[in-house]
Design a protein around this ligand. Structure first.
Ligand SMILES: [Ca+2]
Ligand SMILES: [Ca+2]
Length: 209
């Protein structure tokens, strides 16, 4: 795991919505974990989405506002959203390198869109305030500082929502055309591969905007 990816706080609030950002390449379990295999991934092009934004309850929202400053991430393009689990995947830059990101609800260790006792149990089982390799939201490290500690418990408490979040996430309207449709869902493994191929185009598009 890149050390850059775990620098700084990785949980923030925007309109009461708090997310943890992870490098999708570092999330264990492969694309089948956390329900992500069911996501349909849009074809990649320089015109996909509105750079850096998603629609939350119909309002264009900057991805970077869903996470705190200081994470080292620049979230460029959302590629797919999962309204059931409240997850967002896309491509960004971290440590000067293009990488796929996964946004999960802060406090949601098992990635099911609820922040409840099951997530607390995961935090308890992995409690390790001194930190170590292999930690992430999936072990209860909700602020991505490498440790599973009281700070993460506080995040879980602040975001406790056993009934699930009610907001909706959508990809922004691209304004049509540009060959962005990809009728067949791809796995996130393919996404991870395509991210590396398409990232330079996305970066150029982002700079133009
Ligand atoms: Ca959960
Ligand atoms: Ca932590």
């Amino acid at each position: 795991m890149s050390m850059v990816a775990v620098l700084g706080l990785a949980v923030s609030a925007f309109g009461g919505i708090h997310y943890t950002v992870s490098n999708l390449n570092s999330v264990p379990g492969g694309p089948g974990a956390y329900g992500l295999s069911d996501l349909g991934v849009m074809g990649m092009s320089s015109e996909v989405g509105t750079p850096g934004q998603v629609l939350i309850n119909g309002v264009l929202t900057n991805l970077d506002n869903l996470i705190p400053s200081g994470t080292g991430w620049d979230l460029l393009t959302a590629l797919s959203v999962d309204n059931s689990n409240k997850q967002i995947v896309g491509t960004g830059i971290v440590g000067g390198t293009s990488a796929p990101f996964l946004l999960t609800l802060a406090g949601d260790a098992d990635g099911n869109g609820l922040v409840n006792g099951s997530d607390l149990s995961i935090w308890q089982r992995h409690f390790n305030p001194l930190g170590g390799p292999g930690n992430g939201f999936w072990t209860g490290d909700f602020n991505s500082d490498g440790a599973v500690s009281g700070s993460d418990l506080a995040i879980w408490q602040q975001n406790f929502n056993p009934l699930g979040a009610t907001f909706s996430i959508e990809l922004p309207d691209t304004g049509g055309d540009q060959g962005i449709s990809a009728p067949e869902p791809m796995t996130l493994t393919l996404l991870a591969i395509s991210v590396g191929l398409a990232a330079p185009r996305i970066r150029r598009a982002f700079k133009r905007s």
